[in-house]
Design a protein around this ligand. Structure first.
Ligand code: NAD
Length: 488
């Protein structure tokens, strides 16, 4: 059955569908970055709420800044903005149709997006625009020199970036006498609300200091930690959905059963009753996000590059490899977990045990290539901070240095078997020559200040990194992992 509002009743019985009609909903949130994760997470929580008969004035309006997003929008439009979400555990899968999105503004049409944000019904603007989308330098400070930022600063009334558009939306509201919406970041970035505030006010300051001050004083940016492994959608997913569930959906989302959202309660214009459907509200998200970024995202990075270099396709296949699995556990137990400060009501070792099981879930179909993506933006958030702490405290860094060397080796663009790696980072063209130079002169890699900052000059790290990188080039990934596991 081809998914649409008019075919909902005809869907096979095991597919759950909305308990609400479209007419029961009205918009409350405008969301930038309608990709896979948003539809598995925020849109799913809202669907749960709407099913329970609550918060039905908080439906989602999609938005995007790139013309390329028109393709995804067209697919969703054809199915009345509905998405089939397939939640997969090792022993069972469940499919449900999610109807929490009610509109999608034409992507890249900044005038239309700004006008929509300036309507009184929009009380939250949320974002999943990837870790690389926040215009940060190596110290996680706002980078005013980025050409897109310079362009938006020069013509604030015709913005191209998310931040330029949000500023124009806030300004339009202020001119109309409307209170500002809350800006809710849902990307994997430490202190994501604070980072979003810095980028937004940083951009505003470039053209209008008084307005920047007004944003600083009047707009709320709650921090949040989000978690649910959500791979990209491809033909495999569309086929499984059609064969196993009888639903034809042009852009379904597949994810794991596990889901978590820890959020600070700072929403001046109100918010959906998320606490009714499992969202944890806490006074300070910082300990939760640090745990997640370092243990889970750092863990993903740890298995990604050896998996990539050994030509492994799926994440669960990497977890079936004894060397990679043992590398992950040893690195987490000896170097990552000891650097994570205590988290309320959480045993960090149990948290990791659950992650090991989640990574091993064979149903998810998450790919090693997706985990290898965008290392230049991810290493500084998921690995380098642990390394910095371990160096400062005199802890072991052998595994972290090996992880860094594996990333460098991967960026040389070929796997151990000699297969070519297709570009997998926005900075790929710059990374490959550095990685090739590092084969002869390992310290070259650590000169990337944007990634390593001052750590490149740390003799203990530089020595271990160089040793592991040479080992990788000389003997390959398997032998190098074996050497690491046999040591200490
Ligand atoms: P995706 O590729 O499906 O969607 C990303 C969306 O962001 C797309 O709509 C894209 O056009 C838009 N985008 C990309 N760069 C942008 C930029 N510079 N400015 C504005 N928009 C931009 O990816 P996804 O799986 O939805 O993941 C998105 C983000 O969600 C991740 O980067 C991460 O921060 C967070 N997240 C993802 C997962 C996951 O498992 N996929 C889990 C937790 C958190």
């Amino acid at each position: 059955v081809k998914l649409s509002l008019s075919t909902l009743d005809a869907l096979p019985g095991e597919v759950s569908r909305p308990a609400y009609a479209r007419a029961d909903l009205s918009a409350g949130i405008l969301h930038f970055g309608v990709g896979n994760f948003h539809r598995a997470h925020q849109a799913m929580y809202l669907d749960r709420l709407f099913n329970a008969g609550q918060s039905r004035d908080w439906a989602i309006v999609g938005a995007g800044v790139f013309a390329g997003e028109q393709k995804g929008r067209a697919v969703l439009q054809e199915q009345d903005w509905l998405t089939t979400l397939v939640e997969q555990e090792a022993d069972a899968s469940e499919a449900r149709v999610i109807g929490s999105m009610v509109e999608f503004v034409e992507p890249a049409d900044s005038a239309a997006i700004i006008a929509r944000m300036a309507e009184p019904d929009i009380r939250i603007v949320s974002l999943t625009i990837t870790e690389g989308g926040y215009f940060l330098d190596s110290d996680d400070n706002f980078d005013p020199t980025h050409p897109d930022i310079a362009a938006d600063a020069a013509t604030p009334e015709q913005p191209k970036t998310v931040f330029g558009m949000i500023l124009a939306g806030l300004r339009a509201r202020r001119d109309k006498g409307l209170a500002p919406f809350t800006v809710m970041c849902c990307d994997n970035i430490p202190h994501n609300g604070a980072v979003t505030r810095r980028t937004l006010t940083g951009l505003a300051r470039l053209s209008d200091a008084a307005f920047a001050q007004w944003v600083e004083e009047n707009v709320a940016f709650p921090n949040g930690m989000v978690d649910r492994i959500t791979p990209g959608t491809g033909d495999r997913e569309r086929r499984i959905l059609a064969e196993d569930f009888g639903v034809e959906d042009g852009w379904p989302v597949f994810c794991e059963g596990f889901v978590q959202w820890v959020l600070e309660d700072d929403f001046p214009l109100g918010r959906p009753a998320f606490e009714e459907v499992g969202v944890q509200f806490v006074p300070d998200v910082a300990p939760f996000e640090l745990m997640k970024l370092r243990i889970l995202n750092g863990g993903h990075a740890t298995i990604a590059y050896p998996g990539g270099l050994m030509d492994i396709h799926f994440v669960h296949e990497a977890m079936e490899n004894d060397l990679i699995r043992a590398f992950l556990r040893k690195l987490e137990e000896e170097e990552i977990i000891p650097m994570v400060p205590p988290v309320p009501d959480t045993d960090l070792h149990e948290y990791f045990d659950l992650i090991e099981t989640r990574f091993s879930n064979p149903k998810i179909g998450d790919t090693i290539r997706r985990l290898c993506l965008d290392g230049s933006n991810r290493q500084p958030k998921f690995i380098v901070p642990t390394l910095r702490d371990a160096l400062k405290q005199g802890g072991s860094i052998e595994g972290l240095a090996l992880e860094s060397a594996l990333w460098c080796r991967y960026c040389a663009g070929t796997t151990d078997s000699g297969a070519e790696i297709a570009p997998n980072d926005p900075a790929w063209d710059r990374l490959v020559p550095w990685a090739l130079e590092a084969k002869e002169r390992p310290e070259a890699w650590l000169e990337m200040k944007g990634i390593y900052g001052e750590l490149g000059a740390d003799p203990r790290f530089a020595e271990a990194f160089a040793r592991w990188l040479r080992h990788l080039w000389a003997e390959g990934t398997e032998a190098t992992l074996r050497a690491y596991l046999g040591s200490g």
